[in-house]
Design a protein around this ligand. Structure first.
Ligand code: DGL
Length: 265
């Protein structure tokens, strides 16, 4: 039996899902949040779907053991690999996944050219191909895998020259092709918005799905009368890598610091 005062479990391969956690915190301030970062195994973008599914199953069990009333897969790469599997395993558990914002981008573009920055795993998936088939028939979608970005963001590098050079290399060809709408299809990338803002003209819209996922979570909890009403407990964090490092970069990516524990699975 799920309870309204139970926490919500949020998961990403690393710190990227904190961009989604921030949206959830803003929309649902009364909810207690648990966050697991599998930093010991990044980048998921270069891992096999089977490996990612195994990690997701472990995290699902971990949240279940803590009575979580919902599971947010705050990772595009993990969603394409594992969300169907998790929903089959836990049919009564609200599970929210991420999906690159192809539909809103196709509706918004004026030049008819949309760029997608995402991981190799997301862009190569059948789920992403189906998304393009469904929503992007009338626009040109240029996909750009971005190896290396996640690793730098995990180090807390959001503006370093190395990261800037890498990002310019990914974004410039999209701009040269006439793209006026840029989809951030990985939850790590919203942390690069300030830097991207310096690289792309103002006429280029940069979109991600963190806020939409928070709204979807609210809808699912509301339908089941599972929205919390009381004051929330402080967010709790687990990482499968170094807790000290996570504690140090947390204030950069999250509104404040929090309890950080070791995720030993
Ligand atoms: N944050 C993840 C996503 O949204 C990917 C990061 C990784 O490659 O580990 O796709």
């Amino acid at each position: 039996m799920l309870e309204a005062r139970a926490p919500i479990g949020v998961f990403d391969s690393g710190v990227g899902g904190l961009s989604v956690l921030g949206e959830i915190r803003q929309l649902l301030p009364d909810e207690s949040l648990l966050y697991v970062a599998d930093c010991g195994h990044i980048p998921y973008g270069e891992k096999s779907p089977e490996f990612i599914r195994q990690r997701c199953r472990l995290v699902a069990e971990f949240f279940q053991a803590r009575g979580a009333k919902a599971f947010v897969l705050a990772c595009n790469t993990a969603t394409v690999a594992a969300v169907a599997d998790l929903r089959a395993q836990y049919p009564d558990w609200p599970i929210v996944g991420m999906e690159p914002a192809v539909k809103p981008a196709a509706a918004a573009t004026r030049t008819g050219v949309v760029g997608v920055l995402a991981t190799t795993g997301t862009l190569q998936s059948a789920k992403f191909a189906a998304l393009l088939d469904r929503f992007a028939n009338d626009v040109r979608v240029i996909t750009q895998p971005c190896p290396g970005l996640v690793e730098l963001i995990e180090q807390g590098e959001l503006t370093s020259p190395v990261l800037r050079d890498l990002l310019v290399g990914y974004v410039e060809p999209l701009l040269a092709a006439g793209c006026d709408t840029l989809i951030l299809g990985c939850t790590h990338y919203p942390f690069l918005k300030p830097l991207l803002g310096e690289m792309v003209p103002e006429s280029v819209a940069i979109i991600d799905t963190g806020a939409a996922v928070a709204r979807q979570l609210k809808r699912l909890l509301g339908e089941r009368e599972l929205l919390a009403t009381g004051p929330s407990l402080p967010a709790q964090f687990w990482t499968s890598a170094d807790t000290e490092h996570f504690r140090n970069i947390l204030p950069m990516l999250w509104i404040k610091s929090g309890d950080v524990h070791k995720f030993n699975l």
